[in-house]
Design a protein around this ligand. Structure first.
Ligand code: FDA
Length: 459
């Protein structure tokens, strides 16, 4: 057993933990990072699958994600734009395929009018929400006790408009069924991206990718830590008290003044806290759960859809694959499509055999792009639900009423224990940008408390 003494022990080497660790180290603190997996990056993972470089986890960068963009610049990483020339495809409830340009799907004029009106109304509501404190809005309680789906049903009886609007924060973002989270949670999702319109605008929200893969962010940050990073060290026991913490990894124990839990809050229950956490956090952590989406990668000899004048962008709340994009790598002659199968659809296809699941997913892609889509040379499903140290994708959100009830407590330190993760970000919530913001915030919180010479208040 290696025994270390440090100022701060950081548990988790994702974008949050590594941002916090490198920021603290730069400011002169001694740190140790304990990571459960045999790699850094957590939900960022760029890998070679049968000769194809795939972004198994997060990949896109949008123009509002200033913390991520600053980090990319600082690390010398270059970006390229997602391919978007040509027409997009929409498939309606009857399975009818239509090509279109712009953001609004090619629906009947009345449905289009309702969709535009809803987006406008949601933009106005979102503009009133502080993404760092949505629970402070005067309507927070009211908006948190109604599901996103139930609220939309109160606004319109146009089923197609409802399904499309529900998808933007449901299947496409929180990756839970629209009845399983609140209107307030949906508004937070949009506020964290700047507006509801931004979520509708795929060219904004899925703007750029990093050449060589987004996992280079955690990899390059980790290089700055040298010997202060320890892999394959799941922390399952954390002693804490007035004199600091002791974090127990598999073969490394770190005694420190403070700990940062830089992992999804849905995984805190894996850790035995000694003494147990106070009742509010113990309760609160049970009201958060991970969404679930399968990210499907299909690589072809060439991007055949481009020959047909298609951008590769495709949507349908009625399809197994509810959204798909051209995900061809920078400078690659082969063409890659990426598609997403969300929430209950994802559960359902994992009840099928591997072959049946692959066939169903490729048939759904073929509905958008034609039969050629059924024959990729490389096919891969990112299954984060099966990952012990993540257990879902993309991130965690509260159940009905949870955000208003507990949101303000989520980031509050408990004695020497601090909490940070993209799942508790305001701007950049659920995204790498939010992870970096939370890493910076927790480092600043610790520096401030150290400057005051006091430990954080007990909850
Ligand atoms: P993260 O979960 O990455 O890191 C936590 C770390 O803690 C992990 O390395 C884990 O192994 C470790 N850990 C857990 N328990 C531990 C324990 N007990 N002891 C020690 N270590 C422990 N974002 C974006 O900006 N653009 C995008 O396009 C996408 N797309 C996307 C697709 C998919 C499929 C996924 C899964 C996610 C995305 N995201 C995304 C989201 C983005 O990847 C995510 O928000 C951040 O990478 C999360 O970073 P964190 O460091 O906060 O958590």
């Amino acid at each position: 057993m290696t025994e270390l003494v440090r100022d701060v022990v950081i548990i988790g080497a994702g974008a949050t933990g590594l941002t916090a660790a490198t920021t603290l180290k730069k400011a002169g603190a001694s740190v140790a990072v304990l990571e459960a997996r045999d790699r850094v990056g957590g939900r960022l993972w760029t890998d070679d699958i049968e000769g194809a470089m795939l972004e198994i986890g997060g990949q896109w960068v949008s123009p509002d994600q200033s913390a991520l963009i600053e980090t990319l610049d600082e690390l010398g990483l270059e970006t390229f734009s997602r391919y978007r020339e040509g027409e997009s495809v929409y498939v309606d409830a009857a399975g009818q395929r239509r090509r279109f340009t712009g953001d609004i799907f090619p629906v009947a004029p009345e449905t289009e009018r309702i969709m535009n009106e809803l987006i406008e109304r949601l933009d106005a509501m979102v503009a009133e929400i502080d993404p760092d404190a949505p629970w402070e809005h005067p309507n927070a309680r009211e908006w948190d006790k109604i599901s996103w789906e139930a609220w939309l049903e109160q606004q319109t009886d146009d089923a197609e408009a409802l399904a499309n609007i529900a998808m933007f924060t449901g299947a496409a973002m929180l990756t839970k069924p629209a009845h399983a989270f609140s209107l307030l949670q949906s508004l937070l999702m949009a506020a964290s991206a700047g507006s509801f319109t931004h979520l509708v605008d795929a060219d904004f929200i899925l703007d750029k990718r990093v050449i060589g893969g987004l996992q280079q962010v955690p990899i390059r940050l980790a290089e700055r830590l040298g010997d202060d990073l320890f892999l394959e060290q799941p922390v399952l026991r954390l002693e804490h008290g007035d004199d600091g913490v002791v974090a127990h990894g598999r073969s490394v124990t770190v005694r420190a003044k403070r700990a940062i839990l830089a992992l999804a809050p849905t995984l805190y229950h894996r850790i035995s806290f000694e003494p147990a956490l106070p009742r509010i956090p113990q309760q609160m952590h049970q009201h958060l759960s991970m969404g679930f989406v399968i990210k499907v990668h299909a690589v072809y000899e060439r991007p055949f859809w481009r020959d047909a004048g298609l951008s590769g962008t495709a949507f349908s709340p009625f399809q197994l694959v509810h959204e798909a994009y051209d995900n061809t790598n920078h400078g690659d002659e082969r063409g890659t499509l990426v598609g997403f199968v969300s929430d209950q659809n994802a559960d359902d296809v994992f009840r099928l055999s591997d072959e049946e699941r692959r066939t169903s997913i490729l048939e759904s892609l073929a509905t958008y792009y034609g039969d050629e889509a059924k024959h990729p040379v490389v096919y891969y499903e990112s299954d984060w639900g099966a990952e012990e140290w993540t257990r879902g994708a993309y991130a965690a959100s509260f159940d009905l009423g949870g955000l208003q009830r507990y949101g303000a407590d989520l980031r509050r330190p408990i004695g020497p224990i601090h909490f940070a993760c993209s799942d508790m970000a305001g701007a950049g919530y659920q995204h790498v940008d939010g992870a970096i913001r939370m890493g910076r915030l927790v480092a600043a919180q610790i520096a401030e408390q150290d400057a005051k010479g006091a430990q954080g208040p007990r909850a």
